[in-house]
Design a protein around this ligand. Sequence first.
Ligand code: F6R
Length: 364
Amino acid sequence: DKGGYKHFMAKEIAEQPTVLQGALAHYIDTDTMQVQLPDPGLDFGKVERLSLVACGTAYLACMVAKYWFEQHARLPVEVDVASEFRYREPPVPKGTVALFVSQSGETADTLAALRYMDGRADSILSVVNVPESSIARESDLPLPTLAGAEIGVASTKAFTCQLTTLAMLVLKAAQDRGEMSAEDVAEKLKLLRALPGMINQALNIESQTQALAGELAEARDILFLGRGQMYPLAHEGALKLKEISYIHAEAYASGELKHGPIALVDPNVPVIVMAPRDALFEKTVSNMQEVMARGGKVLLIADEKGAQEAGEGTWRTLIMPEVDDFLAPILYAIPAQLLAYHTAVAKGTDVDQPRNLAKSVTVE
Ligand code: F6R
């Protein structure tokens, strides 16, 4: 049941404030304002290294989590695409905890990677949407993402719920490792609880993305740029767009552009820049200006102040709500999803059932 929406994907994008609220309620003890994990829990004070493994969008959630765990919990993290993991037979140092992220919980490569880590890692965590799935059942600590059934092949609400669940783990880890006080954690949890409302606000850019989509649909190639924790989001924007609109899209770390990809810039290649006003905003903007100086057609996604500071000369600007650095990756998933969705609709592709793709990839 599409609930009055034209596609499951549209419905699932719109559901995000509601499902996120449910996920937050599940993981936050509101009396103490602390993170509560299901039994048997985990003491991150004893963890020396995290190994995160997943595929596709779930892998991009892991990439965001790497920035978070390293910055906030000072915990070393490695991230791998599941299909590149087990055949390499990676050595697993003592003190390693493995974490697998999967919407379906049945992705063949992710499950095989989990089985490789069983007996090698100290403990196996998973962040899964389907609680009775193989990955959940074979983990020591399965954490549900509580996104509800996701029907559209392109992952939307599962991604933001994965990020939210991972954010909970990051805060727990930061506290266990003495990098954040109980007050600091409570402060971040308060911000997280305001996130569903901010996502509602961010969903207001829908009519503007729709207005842009016709022009984006004409492009043969589109570039996405981001820095720091926005780099995985640039990848998410590109993946979503490729998947459902069949337009060739690539993501680059903004700072990597001048090492080659800037040669691709010309007036026919839209360049989408994800630039919340975080610690790296100025650097992202200077990379964006390099693109514009070469005739690039820039779509800037930033908040009001950011757009005032840097919006001059861009092709278009999408204005997002102001957001704390920590939560920016979750909020900026919304424009990534909406741009892909409306571009695909403008092209007339089959949004919910894109060609060549399956919702659950149970073969390697
Ligand atoms: C992209 C998408 C895929 C999945 C990937 C992993 O929109 O949906 O990239 O994220 O196939 O699937 P799960 O999360 O079920 O392991």
